[in-house]
Design a protein around this ligand. Structure first.
Ligand SMILES: *Cc1c(COP(=O)(O)O)cnc(C)c1O
Length: 378
């Protein structure tokens, strides 16, 4: 059996090696390393794929979020709502810009932002909401957009884990993750669903003026060469990454199919295991399984993980600590117990190996051992 990894980028690369290497060679031959034709092409191809008016490539997903908030012109002290059960970047950039992160709890089924909690968290200072489409499934965007409209708030989607996921509105129309809010952000970190071979990210928007601002901000606030209209940053997607990503974009739909196949295998294997709760899929969102995350409803998780690791099966905890309990984000407004769902999730979740290259032999091995581990850890 092939070695089991959380993410198997080696095997995936072997299958597209020739295409990738040719495109890398073209960039090397052209020496157009920054903002070269490869970046322009990837941008246009991603705009077409997502059916969004503007894609602004940048250095990474965290920068994408930061630049979005900068382009919205938020001021010190403005409040931005996001969930407490997420990767740190979603709150980090709020704090970094001198804005106030306002945390809300998530739903126990989808792990996404609880819409009622968002309503309750709104104050006169609230300016924006950052819904995180966690693990590959969109938050309840229809409701979030409705709340934002009622209260004149901006919406910046953190779609770093959900690129390629379709969201269905109640009128039957469908949009892709990251293209529904004022801005959407994604990451091309290697392990993401559309991952490069280094850092990368992008901002999406359908608003011409916001696109112009974001494009200026990623380039030192420069709109006309050496004339700086606003304070910006230096955040670029380099041509090599763009060339690699453009090849991988063509495979993204197939990659989603492969992830769903692995998820379906897991779902079936654990359906008769009451100690494990398999991921729920909301009726309004496709799940593209950036992670396959179970809840261990009964048993000792540390013991279970130790057993799995002994069998050479990596498993991970995304995430062990909610944002409001992180040392850097201590805030007198929040204490342990304030966000019971997130806190419970942090103590129960287990993410299994999830990538495009899992074969049946590996899946069967993982499932058999996880079932044994569940028994042993009771
Ligand atoms: C990966 C990730 C980010 C940050 O992306 P980077 O490219 O690593 O900066 C932000 N938010 C979420 C939810 C992520 O998973």
């Amino acid at each position: 059996m092939k070695e089991i990894r959380m993410v198997d980028l080696q095997t995936q690369y072997q299958k597209i090696k020739q295409e990738i290497n040719e495109e890398i060679q073209k960039v090397l031959d052209s020496s157009a390393f920054i903002n070269g034709p490869a970046v322009q092409k990837f941008q246009a191809d991603l705009e077409a794929y997502l059916q969004v008016k503007h894609v602004i490539p940048c250095g990474n997903g965290t920068d994408a979020l930061q630049v979005s908030l900068m382009a919205l012109g938020l001021q010190r002290g403005d409040e931005v709502i996001t969930s407490t059960f997420t990767f740190i970047a979603s709150a980090e950039i709020i704090a970094l810009l001198g804005l106030t992160p306002v945390l809300v709890d998530v739903r126990p089924d989808t792990f996404n932002m609880d819409v009622e909690a968002v309503r309750k968290a709104i104050t006169p200072k609230t300016k924006a909401i950052i819904p995180v489409h966690l693990f590959g499934q969109c938050a309840h965007m229809e409701e979030i957009l409705k709340i934002a409209k009622e209260h004149h708030l901006f919406v910046v989607e953190d779609a770093c884990q959900a690129i390629g996921s379709h969201y269905r509105f109640s009128d039957g129309s469908s949009r892709m993750a990251g293209t529904m809010g004022d801005f959407g952000c994604t990451s091309f970190f290697p392990s993401k669903n559309l991952g490069g071979y280094g850092d990368g990210g992008a901002i999406f928007t359908n608003d011409d003026e916001l696109a112009r601002k974001a494009r200026g901000i990623v380039n030192h606030g420069m709109f006309v060469r050496y004339y700086h209209e606003m304070v910006g940053v230096n955040s670029r997607l380099d041509s090599l990454q763009a060339a690699i990503l453009d090849v991988k974009l063509k495979h993204l739909d197939d990659y989603v199919v492969a992830r769903k196949r692995a998820a379906a295998y897991y779902d079936k294997a654990f359906s008769s295991c009451p100690e494990l709760e398999t991921p729920h899929t909301a009726p309004f969102s496709e799940h593209v399984y950036h992670q396959y995350t179970l809840r261990l409803k009964k048993g000792n998780r540390d013991k279970l993980i130790a057993y799995m690791n002994e069998q050479q099966i990596p498993v991970m905890i995304y995430y062990p600590v909610p944002l409001h309990e992180q040392k850097a984000y201590q805030d007198p407004r929040y204490r342990k117990g304030d966000f019971p769902v997130s806190e419970q999730l942090c103590s129960e979740v287990i993410s299994l190996p999830m990538h495009t290259e899992l074969d049946e032999e590996q899946l069967a091995y993982i499932c058999d051992h996880l079932k044994k581990a569940v028994e042993l850890c009771q």
